[in-house]
Write a protein that binds this ligand. Structure first.
Ligand code: FES
Ligand SMILES: [Fe+2]
Length: 344
């Protein structure tokens, strides 16, 4: 299996943890985009994500660093860094070092997850992490679903797959029958690739060729860049899902999948029930069937598309290109990656 030819440092929001994993005072080590990082939560509950190394003499803050109030304290010489990565205290000097800053990432907690904004050029976020309830414009909230973490989640580390593979599912009508063993072919009702947040909806008829009014279920999905998708299913088991793929290095990615199952009528138990777990397990099993393909496929470019597949895949791949560092749409010469400006 060859490493993917697609760039593994796309721009966007990427899940790096579930919120409950980063407790107050915790300093959590992780590796994404080929970089050592730490996530930590201050006394007031605010979260920050840094590159892992202290700007003083380079200690790894994830090995013995600790949180004091709103700052992260280095284990080596006690320098203190605030959430923005600014040095605010050198314990044996009267002034902090105002010039040095640890790289800190824009971070958002939403949908039970922690997201960082990654951009190889350090540009600020230009789109948002969608809300798994509010962004679908309906009145359901988290209270209408069983709490998903950790019982209704899947976490697979360091698989040889690229975030784009997962997004291609959104135009791939033909795989349902073969990968998911479902007796239907979905009908796409919306493919909107006009912005960095794209929308894909489809309906499902359980008997090919039935009339429009026999359509009894469907799926809507919102794709915020390549790393963050939320879905809403209607007509079947009432559920929301959130697949999230985050590159670890040039070859592998971590995959997280979170499933919200709609509560049974009248059930307001604080924990997910046996019913909720059974339904979530079924949905997770379907997602694992996809992962089994993605983790072993070789990205095909150009692919041998059928006539019916051509428009969808072409649109999806054109949309995905905007998140890659050598995106031709970057017109400001000062923002071009060095490789584009080189003449030799
Ligand atoms: S290396 Fe962090 S304080 Fe010295
Ligand atoms: Fe699938």
């Amino acid at each position: 299996m060859a490493p993917t030819p697609l760039p593994m440092e796309p721009t966007g929001w990427f899940q790096v943890a579930w919120r409950t994993e980063i407790t107050v005072g915790a300093v959590h080590r992780m590796k994404y985009f080929g970089r050592e990082m730490v996530a930590w939560r201050s006394a007031s509950g605010r979260i920050a994500v840094f590159d892992a190394y202290c700007e003083h003499l380079g200690a790894h803050l994830g090995y013995g660093g600790h949180v004091e109030g709103e700052n992260l304290v280095c284990p080596f010489h006690g320098w203190e860094w605030n959430r923005d990565g600014r040095n605010v205290c050198i314990p044996y000097e009267s002034h902090p070092n105002k010039g040095r800053r640890i790289r800190s990432y824009p971070v958002v907690e939403r949908n039970e997850a922690v997201w960082i904004w990654y951009d190889i050029h350090g540009r600020a976020p230009h789109f948002d992490v969608p809300d798994v309830f509010a962004s679908f414009g309906d009145d359901k909230t988290a209270h209408d679903y069983y709490p998903p973490v950790p019982a209704a989640t899947l976490y697979r580390q360091r698989l040889e797959l690229h975030p784009q593979y997962v997004l291609e599912n959104g135009v791939d009508f033909a795989h349902f029958k073969f990968v998911h063993k479902t007796p239907f072919v979905p009908t796409f009702t919306r493919h909107d690739f006009s912005g960095p947040v794209s929308f894909v909806d489809f309906t499902i008829a359980f008997d090919a060729g039935v009339a429009e009014n026999d359509v009894n279920s469907g799926v809507e999905s919102i794709n915020a860049g390549l790393g963050c998708t939320v879905t809403k299913s209607w007509g079947m088991v009432d559920n929301r899902t959130m697949p999230a793929v985050t590159p670890v290095d040039d070859v592998t990615s971590d995959v997280r999948f979170t499933v919200w199952i709609g509560r049974e009528a009248g059930d307001d138990s604080p924990e997910i029930t046996a019913y909720g777990k059974t339904m979530a397990a079924y949905i997770i099993e379907q997602f694992e069937a996809d992962i089994h393909i993605w983790a072993h496929q070789r990205y095909s470019d150009p692919p041998a598309l059928s006539r019916k597949e051509f428009d969808g895949f072409t649109a999806l791949r054109a949309w995905a290109a905007q998140f890659y560092p050598d995106d031709g749409a970057v017109t400001d010469p000062d923002r071009r990656p060095a490789s584009q400006g080189r003449t030799s």
